[in-house]
Ligand binder design. Structure first.
Ligand SMILES: [Zn+2]
Ligand SMILES: [Zn+2]
Length: 276
């Protein structure tokens, strides 16, 4: 039921917005994906794929932006959660392109391992309460799945690096472009209170940690946020919430790092106070 509500909401209010000349954000209400161009080669890459009903909007936006029949160089996944891999099976089959993900996430997109179900006890918010109904079982795109190169390079995007930011999941990654310090943060932190449906629908801006109901290692999540803060991003595109930039971003990230226990870590839940 919860998953149905999420899909209906998402289909009602999809939108696309250019945030830089080479980055377009696709917003599916509860989650974002990005079209990132490589202007030097007139090619592009899709970062994350929204929900399982997002592919028609993705294809329509691709056609408007790059022309009919345009295919990406590849698809990059920040991790394998359902709201990031939703349309990857259909799109990777249609385009027949490689799908890159961190090697620790490979089992979750090749049918080998399932994520734990969402933990509704982390928060009173409706999204947290609905989270056990979200899909958590592994998809299988073994034919197209490839582990990211270990040197940090991002296939199809020469100026970008991928950064291992575990905590939310074991093999979670963020993307960073040094020359203008633009960051695609994935779920390493959010700029919306993702556990609350009101907050998600209204997209009221507030920095928070990774989505609580699916995060499995809070110590690693904290280290990852600190690592991203230390890169001093000028603009960040989170998977959940609006992009944030400049002084506002710096201030919010500093605040999140110095108050991580209060802001990000739930008071209770399956993965709180776990000994390594
Ligand atoms: Zn996630
Ligand atoms: Zn997510």
């Amino acid at each position: 039921m919860g998953n149905k509500i999420v899909k209906i909401l998402s289909a009602m209010t999809t939108s696309a917005k250019e945030i830089a000349s080479d980055i377009m954000i696709l917003n599916f209400t509860i989650v974002n994906a990005c079209l990132v161009s490589n202007p030097e080669a007139s090619t592009w890459v899709l970062v994350d794929t929204g929900l399982d009903n997002s592919e028609s909007f993705i294809l329509q936006t691709v056609e408007e932006r790059f022309g009919k029949g345009s295919c990406p160089q590849c698809i990059i996944l920040t991790h394998g959660h359902f709201d990031h891999v939703g349309s990857v099976q259909k799109l990777s089959r249609l385009w027949d392109v490689p799908v890159y993900i961190h090697e620790l996430e490979m089992p979750y997109i090749t049918g080998k391992r399932d994520y734990p179900v969402g933990d509704p006890t982390v928060d009173e918010g409706l999204v947290a309460k609905m989270s056990p109904t979200f899909p958590h079982t592994s998809i299988d795109i073994s034919i197209n799945a490839v582990a990211l190169p270990s040197d940090g390079n991002v296939p199809g995007l020469p100026h970008w690096k991928w950064i291992h930011t575990p905590g939310h999941t074991e093999g979670h990654i963020s993307l960073f472009r040094e020359k203008d310090r633009v960051m695609i943060a994935g779920d390493s932190f959010c700029t919306v209170i993702q556990e609350s449906l009101i907050s998600v629908v209204s997209q009221s801006e507030q920095i928070s940690g990774p989505p609580k109901y699916l995060t499995v290692d809070w110590k690693a999540a904290e280290d990852s946020v600190r690592r991203l803060r230390d890169l001093i991003p000028s603009l960040t595109i989170p998977s959940h919430g609006q992009p944030m930039k400049g002084e506002e971003l710096t201030r919010h990230m500093d605040y999140l790092v110095s108050h991580f226990d209060e802001i990000a870590v739930p008071d209770h839940g399956r993965y709180v106070n776990q000994q390594p």
